[in-house]
Design a protein around this ligand. Sequence first.
Ligand code: UVW
Length: 276
Amino acid sequence: MTTTARHADRLLDAVRAGVAIYDLGRQLSIGMPQSPNHPPFWLSMPRRHGDMVRADGGSAANDLLVMGTHVGTHVDALAHVSHDGRLHGGADAAAAQAGGRFTELGVHTVAPMVRRGVLLDVPAALDLPDCPPGYEITPADLDAAVRRQGTPVQAGDVVLIRSGWGRHFDDEDPGRYVGRESGVPGISTAGAQWLAAAGVHAAGADTIAFECLRPGQGHSALPAHRVLLVEHGIYLIETMALEEIARDGVHEFTFLMAPLALYGATGSPVRPLAVV
Ligand code: UVW
């Protein structure tokens, strides 16, 4: 039986027994923090109640949504990042994007995930309230979290890394979460190699770009993206809400996530769930 099938079975058992479900997605709203690399989130209501009243008196409102696919809680497909003109598996990025969409590595190829999930609570392992801005999470930190929690990482897992920076998502100044001046804590290149060596299927974090952003660096250099997406074909999930599940001390769960099947797109908004 595959890991996915085992977790689907466990999920059914859990649903029958009564389960706790953690919502790991952020609310999407105008003005929320987001990377300057991507078009902003915008929602308007072109049709309001009363604009078109049906013969039976009924009326409907509806919305127009405009946003980048890497805004809010989202998954990065393998088409998202290239290095020296090459995508994961060696495909030529310029050729792959020639038709304006990625037929091979687009987000429509990311299968819905039903997998073992592990939360690695780094600040808890370091005995800190949260990782400081610009802090690089090392393999030693990841090992310390695994040891403290007793949750070894297995091949095929989805591993979520809590830095504690997520508590800034709702700050009045969205620039704090984005790390405009301060930088943002996150995984180091060596930390990304640790995840790749463990054979994880996907990795997520409570930060805007998953990896460490040094003060003043902005979102210009993303070496962990290269290691995970390009070199190892490991999906990334960013801007996750990990505070509640960490507060409850839940470190192992069934992870559920279905990206939108946006044909050829480089990413998709998602609403991941942890089922315990
Ligand atoms: C950022 O927003 C920087 O992350 P990504 O482009 O990987 O989605």
